[in-house]
Design a protein around this ligand. Structure first.
Ligand code: SF4
Length: 416
């Protein structure tokens, strides 16, 4: 499959290729202010309102802006990076920290929720601040920057916990750091005897593929090749493509470099209303990802983060998307549909983890069971398209909504 080279936006037409393809130039030329954005594209009234007081900063690389179809106010790239009016709304179950990552933090900057793996927060920066970001409570905020001392303390924690074998290196976007700083973290982790592998969670392949330079790939290759008494400690790369438009020639080349460096690639998408909540779009994305050497791995239902209610889809839309991929194309292209449960419940596979639902006029509450057999709830818009009937599948049993009266969701009962 051939991928298009991204056409520079006219605003940057005079920029030499050497700058355009330089990640430092892209990073330094990010659009972060409303006045700057208005010089580049016409914004809508809703965007104008949202830009008055964005609670979550804006940051967009020239590369990512160039993917926007300016004539389409509903463009999928636009909605992911330009503040939308929906960010000003508050939903019934919005959370600042929906996954309780701060609660499951034994030392600042490290979340230890699952028995054998941890998440390491290494930076507050990203090339583009995605409007649906789950960590918007701290991402983009310099006050939340992970200092070297903090990272050292996290590594000490991992060193003293032999049950941990897998580390997710996250942020922000870990590739926002220098090669030197990032590789030092990877190397320190590899040196811990009980660590088997790690994962870099990055959206740079989507928003700033120029970041994956030959030098970066070579450094990663060396880390992947380190020999620990006859075994390796691979660095997987997990990325976050949400739409087929993001699969460009630049992205494909960056993926190719990472694959040659020996890093397996996986993708986690987030289902976003008006961006990718459409079976044909997600099927096309899965096929393009495979062509770039990336295995589609998860599709998440959107986390209930404050200011993202306009992005929430029905759970049934996710099921419909999987129905349209499984069997219709390579099994390898079929991601798992998951809900990352609030209050630290972890990832719950859908539909397997559904044990009941309560259908209200506007919202449906889903009763879920996680890997520890704990019950969690997820609130989503009510499906008016009669998915279960259309799909010829039995709907989950209704549960008694009064059981929510003893939970953090009790205020929802009156609003349903
Ligand atoms: S790249 Fe990841 S951490 Fe950064 S804003 Fe986007 S979703 Fe959030």
């Amino acid at each position: 499959m051939a991928f298009p080279i991204t056409k520079k936006h006219l605003f940057w037409a005079g920029i030499p290729e050497s700058d355009w393809n330089n990640w430092h130039w892209q990073q330094a030329s990010r659009v972060t202010k409303a006045a700057h954005l208005k010089n580049i594209i016409n914004i809508t009234e809703g965007e104008e309102n949202a830009l008055q007081s964005p609670e979550f900063l804006m940051g967009i690389t020239p590369y990512y802006i160039s993917l926007i179809d300016e004539n389409n106010p509903d463009d999928a790239i636009r909605k992911q990076c330009i503040p939308q009016e929906g960010e000003l709304l508050k939903n019934v179950d919005d959370f600042e920290d929906p996954l309780s990552e701060e609660h499951d933090m034994p030392v600042a900057g490290l979340t230890h929720r699952y028995p054998d793996r941890v998440l390491l927060y290494t930076t507050h920066n990203c090339p583009v601040y995605c409007r649906h970001c789950t960590r918007k409570r701290k991402v983009s905020n310099p006050a939340s920057a992970a200092t070297s001392t903090q990272i050292d303390l996290c590594i000490d924690y991992i060193r003293s916990h032999p049950e941990v074998r897998d580390v997710v290196i996250s942020g922000g976007d870990p590739l926002s750091q220098s090669d030197e700083r990032l590789f030092r973290i990877v190397q320190d982790l590899q040196d811990i005897p009980h660590i088997d592998m790690m994962r870099l969670g990055t959206r740079n392949l989507v928003t700033l593929p120029q970041r994956v330079t030959e030098e970066f790939a070579e450094g990663l290759r060396k880390l992947n090749m380190r020999d620990f008494d006859g075994r390796r400690k691979p660095v997987f790369v997990n990325t976050h493509f949400n739409h087929p438009k993001e699969c460009t020639k630049e992205a494909a080349e960056a993926c190719h470099r990472l694959l040659l460096a020996g890093s397996p690639l996986g993708n986690q998408s987030v289902l976003l209303k008006g961006v990718n909540d459409d079976p044909a779009t997600m099927k096309e994305l899965s096929i393009r990802l495979l062509s770039m050497g990336i295995r589609p791995y998860y599709i998440y239902l959107c986390d209930p983060v404050t200011g993202t209610s306009h992005f929430r889809t029905t759970v049934e839309k996710g099921l419909e998307i999987i129905d349209n991929i499984r069997g219709h194309t390579s099994g390898f292209a079929t991601p798992q549909l998951v809900i990352d449960a609030t209050l630290g419940g972890g990832k719950i596979l859908i539909p397997n983890g559904i044990i009941g639902r309560y259908v209200g006029e506007d919202y449906t509450v889903w009763k879920l069971i996680n890997f520890e057999k704990n019950i969690h709830y997820y609130v989503a818009p009510t499906d008016k398209s009669h998915y279960y009937e259309r799909a010829g599948k039995p709907a989950p049993p209704e549960f008694d909504i009064s059981e929510l009266a003893d939970t953090h969701l009790k205020s929802i009962v009156e609003k349903l």
